[in-house]
Design a protein around this ligand. Structure first.
Ligand code: COA
Length: 319
């Protein structure tokens, strides 16, 4: 008998093990025996859970955790992932039960846009999600730029970590208003506060006319053991549509690259959904290259996706 229940903090080590084994088995299918096993840090698992504790579940059999799913809500937008089962329990309907638990949580807020991102090289994942009622969207590109020398920044941006509580409070309010213009109710606050609370990196704020109109949340630490320390990874970068221009986007990017350089990082990575053709072009022009891609899918009937024309809303629906 397999039971689906809420994930607790005490499950973190078991979840971490299932994650490593499930994705290693998948990587071996794609790359053969040369595939390496990567482990998330225990902190990464705990932080993923902490962001939406009511939306993270495990599958348990005879007291052993054999599978798990994480959900993430950003106000009007929500998604699930990462999600995995021990290889010997795959293909028996347990994944669908975990998914149903997560979808139940994500649907608690009416009108929420619900989605996920998955690997294009996995026909069984694609089949699973399509059969469950997800629609394919534009892929999310994972882009990277190598830092050759000290980046030039024309504007010094305020840092979250140096601000007082009053400024932080008003920035959060302004930024909620800004991202709400990109998609109704979209709210990245928890990514900013969690990054600060756990010392994972820094949030840079772009101010215009006395208000916060854009930000970039960048991790300067890796969520993986023995991998990614040379990278500064932008988790979220967003701009108020009214203030979206080459000048404001470049100000955020240049400041982010400067931050990464100051921390001795060699690469800046960021995710951008292919629907935002304007940003993709700007990034290519600024020396970013495509490193990979993930397929984005949305739950039927929740929305058509993000449609703003000149839009800068960089994030990925995967954790
Ligand atoms: C993805 C994963 C969690 C799914 O869990 P699972 O228990 O194996 O999935 P289930 O058995 O519940 O469901 C599989 C469904 O996909 C369908 N499916 C599988 N391959 C398919 C294909 N190529 N085309 C169409 N449908 C397919 C199955 O038929 C089944 O649906 P059905 O029961 O309606 O027939 C699990 O396989 C896993 O851990 N994979 C490795 C890690 C991973 O890829 N995680 C997801 C990252 S986004």
């Amino acid at each position: 008998m397999v039971k689906i229940r809420l994930m607790g903090e005490k499950d973190a080590a078991a979840v971490r093990q299932v994650d490593a084994l499930a994705f290693w088995a998948w990587a071996k299918e794609v790359k053969g025996e040369r595939a390496s096993m990567f482990r998330r840090t225990l902190t990464n698992i705990l932080i993923c859970r902490e962001k939406d504790p009511e939306g993270c579940f495990v599958a348990e059999r005879e007291g052993q955790v054999i599978g798990f799913i994480f959900s993430r809500t950003w106000g009007g937008v929500g998604w699930f992932g990462t999600f995995a089962l021990l290889p010997e329990y795959q293909g028996q309907g347990i994944g669908k039960r975990l998914m149903a638990a997560s979808l139940g949580y994500l649907q608690r807020e009416p009108g929420r846009l619900i989605g996920l991102e998955t690997m294009g090289e996995s026909p069984s994942n694609l089949g699973l999600y399509l059969r469950q009622g997800f629609w394919l969207r534009f892929p999310t590109l994972l882009m990277a730029k190598r830092l050759e020398g000290k980046p030039r920044a024309d504007e010094d941006l305020p840092r979250w970590s140096l601000a007082d509580l009053r400024s932080q409070g008003s920035w959060l309010k302004d930024l909620r208003e800004a991202t709400g213009q990109i998609y109704q109710g979209l709210d990245y606050s928890k990514e900013i506060t969690s990054t600060a609370q756990h010392g994972l990196g820094e949030t840079l704020i772009l101010m215009r006319e006395g208000k916060a109109v854009g930000m970039s949340v960048t991790w300067l630490t890796s969520g993986w053991e023995g991998w990614g320390e040379e990278r500064a990874s932008v988790q979220v970068l967003a701009l108020h549509p009214r203030y979206t221009s080459e000048q404001t986007l470049y100000a955020l990017l240049a400041a982010t690259e400067g931050l990464a350089y100051a921390y001795g990082k060699k690469l800046v990575t960021l995710p951008v959904n292919g629907q935002q053709g304007w940003v993709v072009e700007q990034l290519l022009g600024r020396g970013y290259r495509v490193e990979g891609a993930a397929l984005r899918m949305t739950w039927r009937g929740t929305a058509d996706g993000l449609t703003a024309q000149r839009c800068a809303d960089l994030s990925r629906w995967a954790g």
